[in-house]
Design a protein around this ligand. Structure first.
Ligand code: COA
Length: 318
């Protein structure tokens, strides 16, 4: 048996993102449910979110974000041999999104699978992509987080409808002589699996908000610190902290405990809402586009959500 040449490291080569054009403000929501801009901003930190059109699917959004990341990487489609889509909001169980998206992007017969680790999905997929590149199982990998939560939310339920949104973000992962993706720290708390669920195809998203809030603000900063430690990075060296955009209060609580004083903290939720597996690549791609972070800096990404699942790693910003 022979093992192919193994790359010393994997790195994110490029990012891309897509948001549906339709903006829904907090004031818009007050027309259909008993809520207020003040309540939503103070409890969740969201001012507005994007909601996909009826005909716009997870695969559509994933294809646009993936296509942008691929174009930014400078690679041709035939240089990609693995496509992973992280999502938990597909309308149908099969086919998976990744094979459909790969075909639409002209990527010829790649390995293709979806990851469902809910809002932690992108970081799981990123770790898997990096491991595949390092092991010689893939040359370059397209990793996409894409969600259409709007189709799984009850738009009369004010406890969930104000939080969730739609969008997609993508990263191309390729080989590197120097590692650009640190070791992942991942895990789960299945004893709390009831806290966020969609029971069956006739149900909407249900969440025990306070259980999730308590868990996220107490269990995750040690994961963040461990991800830094495994990468040999002190939090003070981080240029950015990009946690899952669950809730602004959760983001700020983890950021405070992480103590990454020089890091720009992603607050994309304010205008993008909570887009589950899409939120991290969407936030980082938008931060780069706006010039809030620079290429070459270190970012800690940290996904967490239903399962309950979590995963985080330090990456070099492309
Ligand atoms: C969902 C969440 C914002 C609710 O905030 P909370 O402070 O826990 O609020 P509660 O559920 O205790 O509800 C407090 C009151 O606000 C009301 N309320 C709930 N949603 C409301 C809304 N959108 N607008 C106005 N009032 C609302 C409740 O009905 C309740 O009213 P009552 O006291 O008359 O019964 C909060 O628990 C949270 O952010 N949890 C984490 C959720 C999360 O991040 N999920 C994503 C994980 S990936």
């Amino acid at each position: 048996m022979r093992i192919p040449d193994i790359a010393p490291g994997g790195r994110v080569l490029a990012l891309g993102h897509y948001q549906p054009p339709n903006i829904v403000t907090n004031d818009d929501l007050t027309k259909t449910m008993d809520t207020s801009d003040e309540w939503i901003q103070s409890r969740v930190g969201i001012q507005q979110r994007r909601v996909a059109g009826k005909e716009e699917s997870v695969e559509d959004m994933a294809t646009i974000a993936g296509g942008k990341a691929l174009a930014a990487s400078g690679l041709s489609p035939d240089e990609v041999d693995l496509v992973i889509v992280a999502t938990c909001t597909l309308e149908s169980q099969i086919p998976n999104a990744s094979a459909v998206v790969a075909h639409r992007l002209g990527i010829n017969s790649p390995g293709a699978f979806d990851v469902n680790a809910a809002c932690a999905g992108f970081c799981y997929a990123l770790a898997t992509a990096s491991a595949a590149v390092r092991a010689g199982s893939a040359r370059n990998v397209l990793v996409i987080g894409a969600e259409k939560l709007s189709q799984w939310v009850d738009w009369t339920d004010r406890s969930t409808a104000v939080i969730f949104a739609d969008g997609a973000g993508a990263a191309v992962v390729g080989p590197s002589d120097t590692p650009g993706i640190g070791p992942v720290v991942w895990g789960s708390a299945g004893d709390k699996s009831e806290a966020i669920s969609i029971e069956d195809r006739t149900s909407f998203l249900y969440q025990e908000g306070q259980t999730v809030f308590r868990w996220a603000t107490t269990a995750l900063h040690p994961v963040a610190l461990e991800a830094c430690s495994r990468a040999g990075v002190d939090p003070s060296e981080l240029a950015a902290f990009v946690p899952h955009q669950a809730n602004l209060r959760i983001i700020e609580a983890i950021a405070r405990k992480l103590g990454a004083d020089k890091a720009v903290v992603a607050r994309d939720i304010v205008t993008a809402g909570n887009t589950s597996a899409a939120s991290i690549p969407l936030a980082l791609s938008r931060m780069l586009e706006r010039g809030e972070v620079r290429s070459g800096g270190l970012a800690l990404v940290l996904g967490f959500g239903a399962g309950l699942t979590y995963a985080g790693q330090v990456i070099e910003i492309p």
